[in-house]
Structures are given as structure tokens and as C-alpha cells.
Design a protein around this ligand. Structure first.
Ligand SMILES: NC(=O)c1ccc[n+]([C@@H]2O[C@H](COP(=O)([O-])OP(=O)(O)OC[C@H]3O[C@@H](n4cnc5c(N)ncnc54)[C@H](O)[C@@H]3O)[C@@H](O)[C@H]2O)c1
Length: 434
């Protein structure tokens, strides 16, 4: 099939590349010329394991192309996927849909024949109806359906190829058959093809993300209780997660949830519900608890290092919101590092996905390009992101300061090992380590 992905970010690029890899003709379009130039010279603008190879393979096979020319991209395709960002509006919890509507207008302007518009972007319930209204006003032969994306950064290619379910929301029957054909290579391998109304699909996406955010927040709050009551949070996670009704995933205590989806989608869901005068009090509490968690963990750094942070050396291992991605959106590091620097601490950080623009202007904050130089003479190591290369660090060997401490926000290390090595060690929700 001939597909056009509007928005070549984490979702548009990965799904475009993967659609090409299962035999479709895909054109990825973006308004960011820099991104498209990079892609046309074989460089991926994002860090995603396995993506570079797939881009090269499908680009060379001429199934995949990149352009800023939206007119050409739209008119060479039958199915147009909207994959642009849907961030939170500044100073509000509402979703900023301006990118979605802008590209809808562009599709209308350039479309010369019958096409299907698919929203892959996460959009509030009823957005498809609004897009349809705009389309109908112009009397264009366009069908609007919803196909929310569930891939996770860092595992995006696997998630695209083996999704638990493919959700298609449409108010007409015909698009279901077309989408079934498009996704046949995945459903043939066992992925569930789930059809519902357009509004149903839009809401499934928000409901899923809000539920996962709730699980994380729940276990993080339980970790606080464990620390005070002498129980190990890992036993709780395992004991609870072994119940098939609950399941063990998203039940690991750690920092606040972050990333490009959970923070904005929990807010977006509350705001969409408010439009219908529905109070989603559980989701509201989750948002509040998650915001408080960042403050709580920052206060713990104070507790570990004492009230005066002036000239204290703090080394962050990882700053992205999770491993195997370069995405910094809503990572806890964005609040923790500026706060600690403001209090006079000297913060340095290392992240395998590279230096981050977000910290360049912060006084007393420096990037180091390897673990050793990041940690060698530090007072406190803060493990924020569980990248593989952080899993077996011999701190005694690399830190040249006898009194250094380790604060492990992912419970990556063994408390017993740390004790054996006489390292003062703090972790999350484990007894006698805080
Ligand atoms: N990132 C994820 O893990 C993930 C997972 C599932 C769903 N989603 C959803 O998918 C959507 C996209 O997310 P993302 O992380 O890929 O965003 P992103 O910011 O990485 O990419 C969006 C891209 O769209 C481009 N763009 C914006 N307006 C355009 C226009 N009019 N024409 C052409 N290009 C345009 C931007 O330049 C940018 O490159 C969001 O709604 C998000 O909630 C994201």
C-alpha cells in the first residue's frame, strides 16, 4: 500500500520504517528540514535500537523516502497517518491540538483524490469528529479513522512488529478491511486486531496510559510505606504481580514516571473528562502524587548529603526518562538537576545517549562522556536511568573518594554487595538502605 506519515518523530519514523519493512511504499514527511536532511543522508535523528539498520535497508530498497514536500507526499499516498505531537498546552492541562489541525488543513489543501486519514497521534475523545467536520466542510473524499499507537521508546521496533493489539476505530465498515489488510503481516503472527468506534479507539489509548501511570504511582507510594515499615518493596511487587489479575509489569518502584506520554496523557484525559463534567479523581491523584515524587526524591538527596549542598559533587548516571532512548521529555532529571545546582551543588552527568541541550545553560552542571570521569571524585552517585552499562559498575575502583555514597533510584544494585564493599548505599523502598 502507499502510505504517508506526517510527522517523522518517535512514532511517525518508527512506524513508517516498519510499515516499509513489511512491504509498503512509505513516504515520511516532516516540516523540520534538518530532520529530513539527516534521514536522507542515512542518519537517524533519534536514538532507537535497531532503527538505523532498518532505515538503511528500506531506503536502499526504495520502499522508504523522506521529504519536506507535503503536497507530493500526500498525493503519492492512499493512507495518510497523522503522527504529529500532541503536547500539553502551556499553563493548562488541555491538549494542544494545533499540530493535528494544522496538518489536517494541509491534507485538505493538497488532496486531489479519495484517501483515508488515520490519527496515530494520541488525541482526546472526539478529535476525529472535529477533523471530520473540517473535512466535510470542504466536501473532500476523505475518511477519518483512529489507530492509536502503543509502541514504547527503546523497544519501539519490537512493539511495532509484535503488538499485543492493533486498535482501529472507525464509524464506517470499509476502512476496517483496508486496515486489516495493511496489518495482516502482524496479525498473521498473532497480534490481536481490535475494532471499535472512532471515539472508542481514541479513549482506549488514554485509558491505557492513565492505567499504567496509576500502577507506577501506586507502587511508588507503597515504596514510601515500605521504607518506614521495614518491608522490601521488591517482595511486594513480586507478591502482587504474581497475581494474574494484577500482573507484574509497571510495578517497579523508582522515580516519578516521565517521558513524552504518561505525564501529558494523564492530564489530557482529566481535561477531556472535564469537558463532559466528569471528575476523574483517581487520575487527578495520580498526577499530583507523581509531581510530589520528584520533590520527595530531591529532598532525599538533601537528607543523604546534609542540608548544605554548596560545592557537593553529585554525579548522575543517566538523565533520560528511561533507558534505550534519547528522549528527555518530562524526565525527573529536568527538575532534580536544576534544583540541586541552584542549591550550590556541582552536578555532572553521563548518559549513553549523549549530552543534552536542556542542561547546557545551567551553571554548575557539566556533561562527562564516560562513567569513570563522571564519578571519579564524587560525593554522591545518583543512578537515575537503568541503562545496561550501569548494571555492573565497580564503584570502589572508579570513585577516588573514600566517603562517596550511592543513591540508586532504580534498585539496580544489591544492597548486600554494597554493604560488603563498605559503600554507603540508598535505594527505593528497601529496608535499612535509606
Ligand atoms: N513517543 C512515544 O513513545 C509515543 C508512543 C505512542 C504514541 N505517541 C503519540 O504519538 C504522537 C507523536 O509523538 P512523537 O513522540 O512521535 O512526537 P515527536 O515530537 O517526536 O514528533 C512529531 C513530529 O511531527 C512534526 N510535525 C509537526 N507538525 C507537522 C506538520 N504540520 N507537518 C509535518 N510535520 C510536522 C515535528 O516536526 C516532529 O518531527 C503524539 O500524539 C504522542 O502522544 C507517542
Amino acid at each position: 500500500m502507499k502510505l504517508c506519515m506526517i510527522g517523522t518523530g518517535y512514532v511517525g519514523l518508527v512506524s513508517g520504517v516498519c510499515f516499509a519493512d513489511i512491504g509498503n511504499q512509505v513516504v515520511c514527511v516532516d516540516k523540520d528540514k534538518n530532520k529530513i536532511d539527516k534521514l536522507n543522508s542515512g542518519i537517524s535523528p533519534i536514538y532507537e535500537p535497531g532503527l538505523d539498520e532498518l532505515i538503511k535497508k528500506n531506503f536502499t530498497a526504495k520502499r522508504l523516502s523522506f521529504t519536506t514536500n507535503i503536497n507530493k507526499a500526500i498525493n503519492s499516498s492512499d493512507i495518510i497517518f497523522i503522527c504529529v505531537g500532541t503536547p500539553t498546552r502551556k499553563g493548562s492541562i488541555k491538549v494542544d491540538l494545533s499540530f493535528v489541525y494544522k496538518c489536517t488543513k494541509e491534507i485538505l489543501k493538497y488532496s486531489k483524490r479519495k484517501k483515508i486519514i488515520v490519527t496515530k497521534s494520541t488525541v482526546p475523545v472526539g478529535t476525529g469528529d472535529e477533523i471530520e467536520k473540517i473535512v466535510k466542510r470542504k466536501k473532500k473524499l476523505l475518511t477519518v479513522i483512529s489507530n492509536p499507537e502503543f509502541l514504547r521508546e527503546g523497544e519501539a521496533i519490537r512493539d511495532f512488529r509484535y503488538p499485543d493489539r492493533i486498535v482501529i476505530g472507525s464509524n464506517e465498515k470499509k476502512p476496517f478491511n483496508i486496515m486489516k489488510k495493511l496489518y495482516a503481516p502482524l496479525t498473521n503472527k498473532g497480534s490481536k486486531f481490535f475494532t471499535t468506534s472512532r471515539r472508542g479507539a481514541e479513549l482506549i489509548k488514554y485509558a491505557s496510559n492513565a492505567f499504567l501511570a496509576t500502577k507506577i504511582t501506586f507502587i511508588n507510594e507503597l515504596a514510601n510505606l515500605c521504607e518506614k515499615s521495614g518491608v522490601n518493596i521488591e517482595d511486594i511487587s513480586l507478591g502482587m504481580g504474581s497475581d494474574s489479575r494484577i500482573g507484574g509489569r509497571f510495578l517497579r518502584a523508582g522515580p516519578a514516571y516521565g517521558g513524552s506520554c504518561f505525564p501529558k496523557d494523564t492530564k489530557g484525559l482529566v481535561s477531556a473528562a472535564e469537558k463532559y463534567k466528569i471528575n476523574l479523581s483517581v487520575v487527578k491523584s495520580v498526577i499530583k502524587s507523581n509531581q510530589e515524587r520528584v520533590n520527595l526524591l530531591t529532598k532525599r538527596v538533601h537528607k543523604i548529603l546534609g542540608s548544605n549542598l554548596k560545592n557537593k559533587k553529585i554525579s548522575f548516571l543517566g538523565v533520560t526518562f528511561k533507558p534505550n532512548t534519547d528522549d528527555m521529555r518530562d524526565s525527573s532529571s529536568l527538575k532534580m538537576i536544576p534544583y540541586l545546582c541552584k542549591k550550590g551543588a556541582k552536578v555532572r552527568y553521563y548518559d549513553p545517549s549523549g549530552e543534552k541541550n536542556e542542561f547546557k545553560k545551567i551553571k554548575n552542571c557539566n556533561y562527562r562522556n564516560n562513567i569513570k570521569s563522571n564519578c571519579n571524585d564524587t560525593d554522591l552517585v545518583v543512578l537515575l536511568t537503568e541503562w545496561d552499562e550501569f548494571k555492573s559498575i565497580d564503584f570502589k575502583k572508579i570513585v577516588k573518594n573514600n566517603k562517596f555514597k550511592v543513591y540508586d533510584l532504580r534498585n539496580l544494585y544489591s544492597a548486600e554487595e554494597m554493604k560488603k564493599n563498605k559503600i554507603e548505599y540508598f535505594s527505593v523502598g528497601r529496608p535499612n538502605t535509606n
